[in-house]
Design a protein around this ligand. Structure first.
Ligand SMILES: [Zn+2]
Ligand SMILES: [Zn+2]
Length: 351
């Protein structure tokens, strides 16, 4: 089969490789659509040495949809058949540690341990290929209404929903989203599904210009923070009170500081962007005004909740699909994504 193979930092090409075989409770799927995620761009650059990927050669890719072409032993007993249309997600956790038992498999205590845990496209071969093997814990039935490119964006949509869930958005809340990228806009839609009264998306016009425009076209309030104080802007638009919930989807050090300052008393910030450096936080503000700051890692059971919301159009992933490329043009697709050519949001590869 053809696959995108990384052979070192910034070294990758589409090559002919051996097709994988499904093992116990696994399926082999024909990949029909797979999207480029920010994590893929970092991984291909070699930004997580020795971790993602643990070694070379490596096939990345973890946001995909396709159909089952072969079943490993035990998969049929669990309700899977050849020809099933499915979407994948990355975490295939152990299922037996206490975090998995509690349903928080994104925090699996056996992360990365051979034979117990896999994160496809991160520490195990992924889906930038014609075929991929997945354990049945990491696949989901795709309803008729969802086509393959849309199905490939269910994984990031489930992360958007997990972010809004971790933020504890309640009906009538004023919600602020930092970072108008794909996860930011998906989290914004997810906040609406939880009953947010208003969602204000904040970005930097020099890099997010088209994205803020897209946010406006989706009906969100959008604020360009360049040249202004984003904390003041949030306070001004919330009658001086601040936001009930902030979803930090930018992950730069400043947005953590702004988030704590721009929260209403008793407010909560859920951060999904991974900051690359440390930052000083105003902990007095956190303690004295009972503000909360919580982390968000991937998704924990939201795939099944997000599928009907995407199918009925309440989480609008189709709005975010900006480009489609064949696997052979992966380099071009990655440049389009990295340089945000033509307001690139979700760039889809169709192997
Ligand atoms: Zn991703
Ligand atoms: Zn586990």
């Amino acid at each position: 089969m053809k696959a995108l193979v990384a052979t070192g930092p910034n070294e990758f090409s589409v090559q002919e490789v051996t097709e994988p075989e499904p093992g116990y409770r696994e399926v082999l799927a024909r990949v029909r659509a797979v999207t480029i995620c920010g994590t893929d761009a970092h991984l291909l650059r070699g930004d997580y040495p020795g971790f993602w990927p643990p070694g070379y050669p490596f096939i990345p890719g973890h946001e995909w949809a396709g159909e089952i072409v072969a079943l490993g032993p035990g998969a049929e007993d669990l309700g899977w058949s050849e020809g099933d249309r499915i979407a994948g997600t990355s975490h295939d956790a152990c299922g037996v540690c206490q975090k998995c038992v509690e349903g928080r498999y994104n925090l699996c205590e056996n992360y990365g341990k051979e034979g117990l845990h896999r994160q496809y496209g991160h520490n195990y071969q992924g889906a930038f290929a014609e075929y991929v093997v997945h354990g049945v814990k990491a696949i989901f039935h795709l309803p008729e209404e969802i086509d393959f490119p849309t199905g490939a964006t269910l994984d990031p949509a489930s992360i958007g929903l997990h972010t809004a869930n971790r933020g504890g958005v309640r009906p009538g809340d004023n919600v602020v989203v930092f970072g108008p990228g794909p996860v930011g806009l998906l989290a914004a839609d997810a906040a609406l599904t939880r009953g947010a009264a208003r969602v204000i998306v904040i970005g930097k016009p020099s890099i997010d210009c088209d994205r803020l425009e897209l946010a406006r076209s989706m009906g969100f309030e959008a604020i360009d923070y360049e040249g202004i104080d984003p904390v003041e802007a949030v306070r001004e638009s919330t009658g001086g009170l601040g936001a009930d919930v902030i979803l930090d989807c930018a992950g730069v050090p400043e947005t953590f500081q702004w988030s704590i300052a721009a929260l209403r008393k008793g407010g909560r910030c859920a951060a999904v962007g991974i900051p690359v450096e440390g930052v000083a936080l105003d902990l007095q503000e956190l303690v004295l005004y009972e503000k909360e700051l919580v982390g968000v890692r991937a998704t924990a059971g939201e795939m099944r909740h997000v599928i009907p919301l995407v199918a009925n159009g309440r989480i609008r992933v189709k709005k975010l699909i900006s480009h489609r490329f064949p696997l052979e043009e992966f380099g071009e697709a990655l440049d389009t994504f990295n340089e945000r050519r033509g307001c690139a949001m979700k760039v889809i590869i169709e192997p």
